[in-house]
Design a binder for this molecule. Structure first.
Ligand code: GDP
Length: 294
């Protein structure tokens, strides 16, 4: 939690400090207080519609609020209520399809995920199915070596489905618990993306029907509202099980987590708070809200 607090320091500045200022200069809670709060939330990337919803709810509750400090705790509770309640629950064997545009931190997150599950005693295999970029295959291989898990790869330009096919065979033969599959981040159209992912699903169902398939989308928090736009586009093509939100460290745009939760209704499974192998953490809405209002 300390590491989380430290990583979210910029988001906290744009939240907590401004929030405290609003309270300090508003002796009584009135329309002006709410206007200032609205401005604060939007500037912290919470998004217009989510902000308006939060402000409406705050107004409804404001009659019960007497001390300014209560406004903070009511807002915290309201934000926590926005997050989908499901926790990560995997049944093994699982195939994780990892989706996201280039540069968001997909490969790094796969490496970190492999490390998390390996440390839990799971046998993990990585599938280098982002065959568009030779660099992506190499990167995944480096992570595989670092973590100490096998990487199934083909040459650049190979069919992603055939890489996954091989990874599934390897998974069955080596009794893997988890097969984490990288996918191409360069997709021309939504239709293209949908077809590609459907194909990967089909391969799983046909070749490894016992395995549970989950799909996770990786989003870069530093892109703020663009992450939300990206997620909405992807969501039209795929039903995601969860989100990995990267680069929350060093950005003031951490409020995007709140917008994503409320506007997409997809649970945030993991957050990336650094480049190191241990810098991926299970998301906990209470810890997050405590960290930005600390
Ligand atoms: P990909 O193209 O989506 O596979 O992206 P990469 O995994 O290669 O990551 C792109 C850059 O973002 C790399 O320099 C990573 O070290 C960095 N990165 C990934 N996740 C995080 C994170 O949570 N925090 C920070 N600060 N950097 C990250």
């Amino acid at each position: 939690i300390d590491k989380l607090k430290q990583s979210l320091s910029k988001t906290r500045e744009s939240f907590s400090e401004k929030f405290d200022n609003i309270l300090k200069f508003n002796k009584k809670i009135d329309e002006k207080t709410f206007e200032e709060l609205e401005e604060l939330l939007i500037s912290a990337d919470v998004g217009v519609s989510t902000t308006q919803m939060l402000i409406e709810k705050l107004k409804e509750n404001s009659k019960k609020i007497t001390a300014a400090e209560e406004l903070k705790s009511v807002l915290k509770e309201e934000i926590i209520d926005l997050f989908p309640k499901e926790n990560i629950s995997l049944t093994y064997p699982t195939v994780m399809l990892i989706v996201g545009v280039n540069g968001v931190g997909k490969t790094t997150s796969i490496g970190k995920l492999a490390n998390i599950y390996k440390n839990q005693g799971k046998k993990v295999i990585l599938a280098a199915a982002d065959t568009f970029r030779a660099a992506a295959i190499d990167q995944l291989e480096i992570w595989g070596q670092r973590v100490g898990v096998d990487v199934i790869k083909h040459q650049e330009g190979a069919d992603p489905a055939s890489v996954l096919f091989d990874a599934l065979q390897a998974g069955k033969a080596r009794k893997a618990d988890l097969i984490i599959c990288d996918t191409a981040g360069r997709l021309h159209t939504k239709k293209n993306l949908m077809e590609e992912l459907k194909k990967l699903y089909r391969v799983c169902q046909k070749e490894y029907p016992q395995a549970n398939v989950v799909s996770l989308i990786v989003l870069d928090a530093t892109t703020g509202q663009n992450a939300l736009i990206q997620a909405k586009m992807f969501k039209e093509a795929v039903d995601f099980s969860g989100i990995i939100l990267t680069k929350l460290d060093g950005t003031a745009k951490g409020g995007i987590v709140i917008a994503i939760a409320s506007e997409l209704g997809i649970p945030v499974w993991y957050i990336g708070i650094g480049e190191g192998i241990n810098d991926l953490h299970e998301f906990n809405s209470q810890d997050f809200v405590d960290a930005i209002f600390a």
